[in-house]
Design a protein around this ligand. Sequence first.
Ligand SMILES: C=C(O[C@H]1C=CC=C(C(=O)O)[C@@H]1O)C(=O)O
Length: 395
Amino acid sequence: MFHQRTEPAAKAAGDLLDAYRPEAAFLATPSGVVLGEGAAAVTERLEDVADLLARGTADSPAGPIAIGAIPFDTGAPGRLVVPDSVRTSPPLAESGQGDRRQRPLPGPWTMRPVPAPDEHAEGVERVLKRLAAGDGPAKVVLARSLRLSGPGTVDVGQLLSNLAWRDPAGHTFAADLPAAAGSTRTLVGASPELLVAKRGGRVVSNPLAGSAPRSADPSKDQRSAVDLLGSAKDRHEHAVVVEAVTEGLRPYCRTLDVPEPELAGTATLWHLSTRITGELRDPDTPSALLAAALHPTPAVCGSPTAAARAAIGGIEPFDRGFYTGAVGCTDARGDGEWIVSIRCADVAGDTLDLFAGGGIVPDSDPDAELAETSVKLRTLLLALGVNQPIDAPQG
Ligand SMILES: C=C(O[C@H]1C=CC=C(C(=O)O)[C@@H]1O)C(=O)O
């Protein structure tokens, strides 16, 4: 039995960002901001969250909340924490505080791509051969990583703040992870992709797949968006995800609305986006259970899931860890939201592991896929204050 303190709601989201310290948990979404401090209880599995929350009390009428992260590998432990104390605020975009808190993190940084860029393009070719064989996956999301080492302990709070103020309407998070060799370890990122949100009897999922770079030139930017919307290859890559999410939600829903894909923009990319909404058969279905039912979607793994996962395991030369998992928050009624953990870094000590991947379907081009991952890595690089090419051979 535990009791969670709920502190009075902060007037400004920026105050919660400023209060964040490593080992706390922070989540900002278009519906609000949560900062959790301390750990009254912990579990490793999404499926256990509802039972855990039922064992506690809280000052809040919604009961205690849990907040945390699960990894890509559904068999590996997550870290979902019921904080000792919780502070909330209205969304960052409504704070009127603007972007005044951005500061680059001190460098210099050494950068090591894993694998080397040309090896990632070769990996895409290997995936294309597997797709062509016709007896395995139909889509595979292949990722690469970039290890940055800096002059001292990474200031996770500043990085989080930079990410949040660069996109106050996005999903920005910092989740405490199982410790790495004596240092605290944090998953920090700004993801555009909503895995699932549930409030009362309503459920929403907003899968993204299919990408094109943005441009500072408005006419080029517009052309990039229009081409993406009309691209048969990207629409197919997207449709695979929408179908899996729809089928994943169907058993839980009385009604489901699946509109045509539209465009969603981040600072660096256009994506194809479908906002799926539904009414739950049972309004008490926990959001954590819905997240577990959907994860991993073909936006981060591929399709069919087992064949795509096997291809990833055979080609990617690193462990994804918490990249392409999910980060989220739920209250004791099961209301909550879970974000796909992309555009993120796993930070420990003076090191950050950045990750980016892309969906490979039969018409994908290896060089274009490599370029797409480079653009995706820029979300974190720009928030760090690093604005240099990353695909030049490293000495
Ligand atoms: C796997 C990632 O992005 C996914 C989400 C949006 C678009 C994607 C794509 O176009 O390939 C990916 O499916 C990532 O950013 O690392």
